[in-house]
Design a protein around this ligand. Sequence first.
Ligand code: NAP
Length: 311
Amino acid sequence: MRILLTGATGMVGRNLLEHSDAQNYVWLTPGRDKVDLRDRDQVRGFLKAEKPNFVIHAAGVVGGIQANIREPVRFLLDNLDIGRNVIAESRRAGVTRLLNLSCSCVYPRNAPNPLQESSLLQGEFEPTNEGYALARMAALKLCEAISKEDPSFAYKTLIASNLYGRFDSFDPSSSHMVPAVIAKVHAARFAHVAEVDIWGDGLARREFMLAGDLADCVLRAVERFDDLPALANVGTGEDHDINTFYSEIAAIVGFKGRFVHDLTKPSGMARKLLDVSRIAAWGWRAPTSLSDGLRKSYAFYQHDILNENIQ
Ligand SMILES: NC(=O)c1ccc[n+]([C@@H]2O[C@H](COP(=O)([O-])OP(=O)(O)OC[C@H]3O[C@@H](n4cnc5c(N)ncnc54)[C@H](OP(=O)(O)O)[C@@H]3O)[C@@H](O)[C@H]2O)c1
């Protein structure tokens, strides 16, 4: 099978390509220099020339709250263009199977937890990433519409929880919570700092899945695509309070100091947990525990990020 993987240089894409089952397939992984996914003609030309028979769409303009607030037009427009081009041009090229990777930001901000697929579009998006969420929702709906109009096209979507793991960004200006805490606690340990601050009371709950586990789910989905649900959440099905992430990371890093809560800072939303019963009924559960996943992530930070910086 010839699989076009968009976003192959990203965190999700790289975890997919290094999964042991990836060797069962031929991968087409054009970089942005070869195919800018915002450009319909480039996408069309590539599909015509390379003729994949499966598409995994893992590209997108992804960023934190600050970037979404600063550049709402880019987050909306680039993601709309990328989604439209990859999905509609795959259909035009006659690719009958496509897996679209989406994220939990497509859920309404007030949807009840755990978030069920039936809650989609039942309320307004989180305003800070509205453009991004709207574009991702358009891609999801385009997949549904294509399959509805012609059932011989199976265009399906997996909605992933927050991720962490190998190939994460540890850049403090853009990193997500887990890599940011790893870098902060590691720095505190080696600078012999006695206290590390946690924003808010640390009681807000978060679900984070190892990106390697998402890769595992995606490869199972490729294998058994026919009976994969058309839409399903993928996560660990468990959340933990932020204090737990700090204490687990401290144990792995060897930080012996204390944590202090800065109650002048916001705690963030109370909870965001995906209901994973649909994907569990299909036969997949995230295999890696939080502590094993954090250990892998810390090893990546030490060996790949810090060594790179030293050279
Ligand atoms: N990371 C998470 O926590 C998370 C959670 C849930 C779902 N997801 C979903 O998983 C997907 C991938 O996320 P990620 O974490 O892997 O993001 P990432 O590390 O930022 O990677 C994004 C990928 O998209 C590519 N890309 C962006 N704009 C492009 C363009 N115009 N033309 C060609 N390629 C372009 C990037 O290429 P360059 O390297 O050239 O920039 C990169 O390969 C996204 O759809 C995201 O919503 C991610």
